[in-house]
Design a protein around this ligand. Sequence first.
Ligand code: AP5
Length: 217
Amino acid sequence: MLLGPPGAGKGTQAERLRAEFDLVHLATGDLLRAAVAAGTDLGREAKRFMDAGELVPDAVVVGMIRERLSAGGSASFLLDGFPRSVPQADALDGMLAELGMPLDAVVSIAVSREELVRRLAGRWICRRCGRSFHEVFSPYGGEPCPSGDGTEPCDLYQREDDRPETVSNRLAVYEEQTAPLIDYYRARGLLREVDGERTPDEVHDGIVAHIPASPAG
Ligand code: AP5
């Protein structure tokens, strides 16, 4: 599980870990944005919370995760952006116990508020492959999008909830509702802490040092 504030680099790191460790990447933010784009009832309900930088109700995200974990067979999962509150963490505990799946490690990525604001303000995401770029820290180089036919470039956009006023609420919501999970998992002996204010490669190496299994292939 990757735990960290908005902009800590969870999505950036998850993309690499997923491929290296052959993991199913479960990111509630991505699942919710897909539901919004598809115009489903769930997406319509979620959108007003997301646009305001608030958490989507626990029952909605817990239901989404339950469905995917149950359908996953023997796959190993990387949770990104879930759980995000103590009730969600309690629900996850119950689900994992029912499915007989152990939680190997919870990696908390720490980044200062000033840096988070800089990262979110300059973030660009590809609609097709989902990769995150940053106009200063990791600019898109114009290479073909890996999800396209090998000739098309990435199709970049900025997220609506990366506007400064929404970012400030997302950070406040993180402190109030999600940060308590650091102590929650520390008390269970599962917490591993990584300094997220280094280069993406260095953060990656810091995370890998805490992952019990070896990379696939
Ligand atoms: P979600 O999509 O999960 O957003 P988030 O947690 O706010 O995280 P972000 O995606 O903004 O940041 P990240 O940590 O992935 O950083 P990234 O790698 O992109 O959630 C969105 C919304 O959905 C929530 O607000 C909520 O409404 C709802 N939601 C989701 N899950 C929920 C749940 N469980 N319960 C209830 N509601 C839920 O990196 C950021 C930028 O920094 C990029 O530009 C990147 O290129 C750059 N960068 C990354 N690493 C580095 C580095 N080491 N150095 C320099 N730059 C870097």
